[in-house]
Design a protein around this ligand. Structure first.
Ligand code: BG6
Length: 462
């Protein structure tokens, strides 16, 4: 074994409730922003496949958990859909949902797979969105009640909790770049909504710790490293640092250190966009930091000093401070349009070791979405996704190196277990270790990468 991982390493994958469960008659799920947006504009979703038609995990989790076992999972992350558990966002708890999640988590545990549970994966209940979603302080309070309900219901069996998955993404998608409902371009709103997400996270952490359930709570962040075009050019370096403050440290610093990055605060002050808050909010954020950090990594961000004219159409934007740099000869995943840069994962892990107290962390997502995988099916009906094996291997080598150098990284989760619904991309790009055939009753088949992953997990290395 060339790459041996520490004993007890977490091997598994990640998914989310809204991308996998589906909607079924009688399940009493309430609408989230995704159900609403799809109803309004189905043409925005690839092949018009909407959120009700996901991989049917709500009905098929028992079968799926057997497949998780066959692909070497010892841990698995999903999320509780807020709009399933509390259909109106506040108020009555849906007992169908309580029974489903209990059974789902019990089944995982009975099969030797530890459930990791996230509380918010882009899925605002529509009833709360109508009141402003993350812009509203009411949502923060409603979220804390939702979180506490989850801890009380499932906290004796679930010992790893996460307050958010990629909280920057609903900000980018909903308030800056228009790929999540409500699709605004409004930086003031972006700042307010982001602040409320952080406040909600800290308040939920406080509740969790007060309950003394003996588990850990963290947050999952997509820490996209920001590389300057030219390390020797101070303007490029400065631009990359600002992009890093906007997109990484905006959530990483408060989550781990309890404070916001100074550079960001200065910019927000200059723009007169300090979010509405109460004096004690900053104390709550300061005092309630995470136990465990989940790191999602897909691609780096390449940055150069601002050269194009600032576009004032929609008021200030983060992009006023830098330009994206199109690096020639970069390795690409052409389907998703994302650069593949394996060393990025090592740079993130080195950063958490050197600058964030070597906080306990794990890779909570990493993966490769590929379109048209059916063309790789062999005579036995199995997708031979050697490119995915290569992708995981090359990233794992760097994870291994970071661990050798002392980073406290305790696991690796692939995005995702089985092909699932990727928001507006629906089922365009497939990420799973297991394929889902939408034309044949969502039939599941383990891909070559899934079989390979089982060996890696069994050997605790490769
Ligand atoms: C992560 C998310 O950003 O990447 C997932 O946590 C998402 O929800 C995954 O599905 C892959 O990205 P995409 O946009 O191709 O679905």
């Amino acid at each position: 074994m060339t790459y041996q991982f520490p004993e007890g390493f977490w091997w598994g994958s990640a998914a989310s409730g809204p991308q996998t469960e589906g909607t079924f008659p009688g399940d009493k799920k309430g609408p989230s922003i995704w159900d609403y947006w799809y109803e309004q504009e189905p043409e925005k979703f690839f092949d018009r496949v909407g959120p009700e038609k996901t991989s049917q995990v709500y009905k098929r989790y028992k079968e799926d958990i057997q497949l998780m076992k066959e692909t070497g999972h010892n841990t698995f992350r999903t999320s509780i859909q807020w709009s399933r558990l509390i259909p109106a966002g506040t108020g009555e708890v849906n007992q169908e949902a309580v029974a489903f999640y209990h059974d789902y988590f019990d089944e995982l545990i009975a099969n030797g797979i530890e459930p990791f549970v996230n509380l918010y994966h882009f899925d605002m209940p529509m009833a709360l969105q109508e009141k402003g979603g993350w812009l509203s302080r009411e949502t923060v309070e409603a979220y804390v009640v939702f979180a506490k309900t989850c801890f009380e219901l499932f906290g004796t069996k679930v010992k790893k909790w996460f307050t958010h998955n990629e909280p920057i993404v609903p900000i980018e998608g909903g308030y800056l770049y228009q790929f999540h409902y409500p699709n605004e371009i409004n930086m003031k709103h972006a700042v307010q909504a982001g602040f409320h997400e952080t406040l909600a996270s800290a308040k939920a952490i406080k509740e969790y710790h007060a309950l003394e359930l003996g588990g850990e709570i963290g947050i999952i962040l997509n820490l996209t490293p920001s590389y300057p075009r030219d390390e020797a050019n101070p303007e490029d370096v400065k631009a990359a640092q600002i992009a890093d403050a906007f997109f990484n440290r905006s959530f990483l610093d408060p989550a781990v250190k309890g404070t916001f990055p100074e550079e960001l605060v200065t910019i927000i002050k200059e723009l007169d966009m300090i979010p509405e808050h109460e004096a004690e909010d900053l104390v709550i954020i300061q005092e309630n930091t995470i136990d465990l950090l989940g790191i999602n990594y897909y691609q780096p961000r390449r940055i150069m000093a601002k050269e194009t004219p600032i576009d004032h159409t929609n008021g200030p934007l983060p992009d006023d401070y830098f330009d994206n740099y199109d690096k020639p000869d970069k390795k690409m995943n052409p389907y998703r349009g994302w650069e593949i840069y394996e060393k990025g994962i090592y740079d993130i892990l080195t950063n958490t070791r050197e600058n964030y107290g070597n906080i306990k962390c794990y890779i909570s997502e990493n993966g490769m979405g590929v379109e048209g995988e059916e063309r790789f099916v062999n005579d036995e009906g199995i997708i031979e996704d050697d490119y995915r094996i290569e992708f995981v291997k090359e990233h794992l080598k760097y994870v291994h190196q970071a661990i050798q150098e002392g980073t406290n990284c305790v696991g690796y989760h692939m995005w995702t277990c089985m092909d699932n619904w990727s928001w507006t991309n629906a089922y365009k790009n497939r990420y799973g270790f297991i394929s889902v055939d939408l034309n044949h009753d969502a039939k599941r088949t383990i891909k070559k990468s899934g079989r390979w992953y089982k060996e890696v997990s069994d050997n605790n290395g490769f």
